[in-house]
Design a protein around this ligand. Structure first.
Ligand SMILES: [Zn+2]
Ligand SMILES: [Zn+2]
Length: 355
């Protein structure tokens, strides 16, 4: 009887620690519990699958059997299929290629890549930073050097009855694959006592990484060889850090350039002024020329974010927003009226011509 992929059901890697399994089970069981999903047949069957997967993977003995033989009950309970075995693609290719049906060996397998989200502040993205964090990964077992075998005499592999191959799939698409339990050799030693035959062990690793200045939201950093350990001599996978940068509410970032809105008073816009604007490293003075209109874009060169692999920086653009005064007192109103008479600019005539 073929057993389903219990790791997949719980959504955990094969290297998952007992705590990881417990956590994953609790989360899924809560979600699919029949009390919460009454009458939902799909949830009910999922809940059953989750429970069975947990029963196997949380029991060290059953898990070991399952990992090694594909059966939680151990190798004895797995009778070899007899009689008609369906259409065998492996044999077809074997004879087509002129092969002698010798078992293919499972070669080295590279470890899985790991992904991790890393959130940094706007300031850290500006200056660059050094981060340390913990990662749960696996490491090649030092006792058995990754082949999963302990000291002792090699015996016929019970998962494949010494054939070095197992059949996968069903009916028409039945296919032979190298046996995972013995790596296709047909013989194997007793399970390594350190890793229970898995060839790798869980490891809590502290990773330190330099985040370059100017890094942007959504960028990925690859840390070579910091993923899961490989199998049968394969190299480790990589660790990918996906970068999230917190926003600074004062700036809008586009690439290395920064944009901000600069409120300017009516008087400052008319007469010109020097005003302070924020930049990523404190404030800087910007000159508002006399007669500046709303929407004008003033540029502070090289006051934006650092450009990658460069000593240059992007620019900071300040978009002027002229704020109309809201006057209440008579004196101000009088002055403004007087000002209006002195500077009758015929604004709409200028815009549209005489109607
Ligand atoms: Zn080992
Ligand atoms: Zn085998």
């Amino acid at each position: 009887m073929a057993h389903p992929d219990y790791y997949k059901i719980l959504g955990v890697p094969r290297s998952a620690s007992p705590e990881d399994i417990k956590k994953a089970y609790k989360k899924l069981a809560r979600k699919h519990h029949p009390d919460l999903n009454q009458g939902d047949a799909a949830s009910e069957s999922r809940f059953k699958d989750i429970s069975v997967a947990n029963e196997v993977l949380s029991d060290p003995e059953k898990r070991r059997n399952y990992d090694q033989h594909g059966d939680p009950a151990g190798p004895q309970s797995q009778p070899m299929p007899e009689g008609f075995s369906g259409f065998d693609i492996g044999d077809l290719f074997g004879s087509f290629m002129g092969g002698q049906g010798s078992p293919r060996r499972r070669g080295p397998e590279r470890g899985e890549d790991l992904q991790r989200l890393v959130r940094i502040s706007f300031q850290d993205a500006f200056k660059g930073t050094r981060l340390s964090f913990n990662v749960h990964r696996t490491e090649t077992c030092l006792t058995c050097h990754g082949n999963g075998e302990g000291p002792g005499e090699k015996t016929t592999c019970r998962a494949c009855n010494g054939k070095g191959q197992v059949e996968r799939g069903s009916g028409f698409f039945r296919q032979k694959e190298p046996c995972e339990a013995c790596g296709g050799a047909g013989k194997k030693g007793p399970a390594c006592p350190t890793c229970q035959g898995r060839g790798r062990n869980p490891k809590q690793d502290t990773i330190t990484v330099n985040i370059p200045q100017g890094i942007e939201e959504g960028q990925k950093l690859r840390l070579a060889a910091k993923g899961e350990a490989g199998r049968r001599g394969g190299g480790p996978g990589d660790l990918f850090l996906q970068i999230e940068v917190e926003k600074d509410p004062r700036f809008e970032r586009r690439g290395a350039n920064l944009y901000l809105t600069l409120p300017v008073s009516y008087t400052e816009a008319a007469l010109g002024a020097k005003v302070d604007v924020p930049t990523p490293e404190g404030s800087s003075t910007i000159k508002v020329p006399p007669g500046t209109q709303s929407g004008a874009k003033l540029r502070l060169k090289e006051k934006g974010m650092p450009l990658p692999k460069s000593t240059h920086r992007g620019d900071l653009f300040a978009e002027v927003k002229v704020v109309t005064p809201t006057v209440q007192d008579e004196r101000s109103k009088e002055l403004l009226r007087e000002l209006g008479e002195l500077n009758d600019q015929h604004l709409r005539d200028q815009a549209w011509g005489q109607p």
